[in-house]
Design a protein around this ligand. Structure first.
Ligand code: ADP
Ligand code: MG
Length: 625
């Protein structure tokens, strides 16, 4: 018998689509507060959100006579017609959240608009308003949700442990807190503050406030725009990858989303820069015309659909790739990663002791700011703005210095630093592209690392990794170009291979000839090599082939380009080894070749070719600044 479900059951089923765990409630409430243009939002939870969730905002509030209506399904102030769906400018629009929440929990809404003298308190449970009264309250809205799923035991059973639900909530609020830099968002769990952002619009500060100082290390700013699309945010230097995608936050027109397309664009920029199984960290904020994206494809609006997926992917890949070409992307040696640098303990009087004082003052500041409720602040050593550097005068040691004026000038300096918005995150000089032409070579260290300097940085270049990179790109280029540059060998090379390599000959022989090899079967599992690519030495060519054949044994079907590239990568060993002595001309030659590479900063296997140390870091270690 077909029956129409009673309203209560229907409501619960519909609610299930929107609310499956406590985190969905927090997300909906937080989005409502953001849609209400709140600048200060507090999220409180207890017991993983099962027993208690409260979101308080200072947003526009709801008119007294409409407060009850907010609980009705499909009641929304955000869109009014089907056409509005084509370009949605708010986070909510389905008018389902409050209706769904009150179908599965006990809800209390307290709200007041700026224009109204009194506020309104509405309590609802089981999809029914049970109380609605006038009340005095500040402007804005507070929604309290208690006893989630008290009336849906089946759902309750599916909740994870409190700590797992708590983690989900904190993770989600963290993402939003980072994305909404100009909103002050405070997260409280079980009465304890987890974090509180400052709401001053600085994404970098928010990342550090929410995820801790370590998360801010080795982040490279991304900023780019292209015909109505803009991308902003931070990505990790290749040296600071993560074992999972957890730290990839994508935000599109203010909405936190998961997006395969954006992931692909991001990771495309890191090709050959990361080891297998490592992922970039990213906080990326994209905006594009609202009509170029459909946000109405998923009940919780987590997924979106782009009109032009390729455009998005390419835009992200190119923007991030550009950022990764900055000098900041090179792995850095820093004082704060080197342990046991004594804090100038042996030096007594002199300027150095004032520097110590400086450090202490900064520490106190951090402490105070935390106490004031602004959350853990930036560690003062993290990325001091660059422009200060050249002007900083060294005080002649031993001379009498007026402490008062010194302290006050330090204070001035610090205030200035704090005013620097956004860019405080990245050393401005650091974001400039790295130029090989600026390098001066200073010989090699341990016959393995080429030393180089430019105006402000000191570099070590791994000669072996650098040569591998050069070799690899030449090979691929040759493979991709129509013209093959080969050289005849006076004495052909004999390569013996296993029988399954012989058997799969047709899958790989073409690829080798594309690279410039002249190779033919000689019988008895042997191949004769008469020609090799012009840029290789005979030994290199032979090593490459034997590695190529042994890699083929694990994977005899070179069906696609990717498989081939993997095998080439595995087979690219360098002729220049660590420990080989290179003379000045060889160093220069190698570096000129490296400069021509598309990905000069890592070897094909993902190891860095360069590490960098800034003059500033060196000066810091010597206590000069
Ligand atoms: P939606 O967000 O999709 O419109 P909701 O059920 O989440 O649907 O909310 C219904 C309506 O209640 C919203 O359209 C909005 O007008 C009002 N509302 C909800 N929360 C708030 C809030 N924190 N501040 C101001 N208005 C709110
Ligand atoms: Mg909503």
């Amino acid at each position: 018998m077909i029956r129409i479900l009673d309203k209560n059951t229907a409501d619960k089923i519909a609610a299930g689509e929107v609310i499956d765990r406590p985190v969905s409630i927090v997300k909906e409430l937080l989005e409502n507060s953001l849609d209400a243009d709140a600048t200060d939002i507090t999220v409180e939870i207890k017991n993983g959100g099962r027993t208690y969730i409260r979101v308080t905002d200072n947003g526009c509030g709801i008119e007294t006579d409409q407060a009850e209506l907010a609980f009705t399904r499909h009641a929304t102030s955000k869109i009014s017609s089907e056409e509005d769906l084509d370009a949605i400018h708010t986070l909510g629009f389905r008018g389902e959240a409050l209706a769904s929440i009150c179908a599965v929990s006990r809800v209390e809404l307290i709200t007041k608009t700026a224009g109204s003298k009194t506020g309104r308190r509405v309590a609802a449970e089981n999809s029914t308003i049970i109380e609605s009264t006038a009340t005095g309250c500040p402007e804005g809205t507070t929604v309290t949700v208690r006893d989630l799923f008290y009336n849906v035991p089946a759902r309750r059973k599916f909740l994870s442990s409190d700590s797992a639900e708590t983690r989900r909530i904190i993770d989600m609020v963290s993402r939003i807190a980072v994305a909404y830099g100009d909103v002050r968002i405070t997260m409280i769990n079980g009465g304890k503050r987890v974090f509180s952002t400052r709401g001053n619009g600085n994404i970098y500060n928010n990342i550090v406030t929410v995820y801790g100082n370590d998360a801010g290390r080795d982040l490279i700013p991304v900023e780019s725009s292209l015909s109505g699309y803009t991308l902003k945010g931070f990505v990790s230097a290749p040296s600071a990858s993560s074992p999972s995608r957890n730290r990839q936050i994508f935000c599109v027109n203010g909405r936190i989303v998961t997006s395969r397309v954006m992931e692909k664009g991001l990771e495309g920029a890191y090709r050959e820069k990361l080891f297998h199984g490592r992922f970039p960290i990213a906080f990326l904020f994209m905006s594009l015309p609202a009509e170029d994206v459909d946000v109405n494809v998923h009940p919780t609006k987590k997924e979106i659909r782009f009109d032009d997926e390729f455009k998005v992917e390419d835009f992200i890949r190119e923007s991030v790739a550009k950022a990764l070409m900055s000098r900041q992307a090179l792995p850095q040696i820093r004082k704060d990663v080197i342990k046991d640098v004594p804090e100038a303990a042996t030096v007594r009087e002199s300027v150095v002791s004032y520097e110590e004082r400086d450090v202490k003052t900064a520490d106190t500041d951090v402490f105070l700011r935390e106490k004031e409720g602004a959350g853990p602040a930036l560690e003062p050593t993290v990325r001091t703005p660059a422009p200060e550097r050249p002007e900083r005068k060294k005080e002649p040691a031993g001379e009498q210095v007026d402490i008062k004026s010194l302290l006050s000038s330090m204070r001035d300096r610090k205030e200035k630093e704090e005013e620097v918005p956004e860019e405080a995150a990245g050393d401005t000089a650091d974001t400039e592209p790295f130029l090989f032409d600026d390098l001066d070579y200073r010989g090699t260290l341990f016959n393995t690392y080429i030393m180089a300097t430019d105006e402000d940085d000191f570099y070590l270049i791994d000669q072996h990794a650098a040569h591998e990179r050069v070799f690899y790109e030449k090979l691929l280029k040759q493979y991709n170009n129509a013209e093959k540059l080969s050289q005849q060998l006076m004495i052909p090379l004999n390569m013996s291979v296993s029988s399954n390599v012989t058997a799969s000959e047709e899958t790989w022989i073409g690829a080798l000839s594309e690279m410039g090899y002249g190779i033919e079967f000689f019988g008895n599992n042997t191949y004769m090599v008469r020609e090799i690519p012009a840029f290789m030495e005979t030994g290199e060519a032979g090593d490459f082939l034997s590695d190529f054949f042994s890699a083929l044994e694990d994977r005899p079907d070179l069906t696609d380009r990717r498989a081939l590239e993997k095998i080439i990568t595995r087979s690219c060993k360098s002729a220049v080894k660590g420990g080989d002595v290179l003379d000045g001309a060889e160093i220069k030659g190698l570096m000129e070749e490296l400069a021509k590479c598309e990905n000069p900063f890592s070897c094909p296997h993902g190891r860095p070719t360069f590490i960098r140390m800034t003059r500033y870091e060196i000066e810091k270690m010597f206590k000069r600044v």
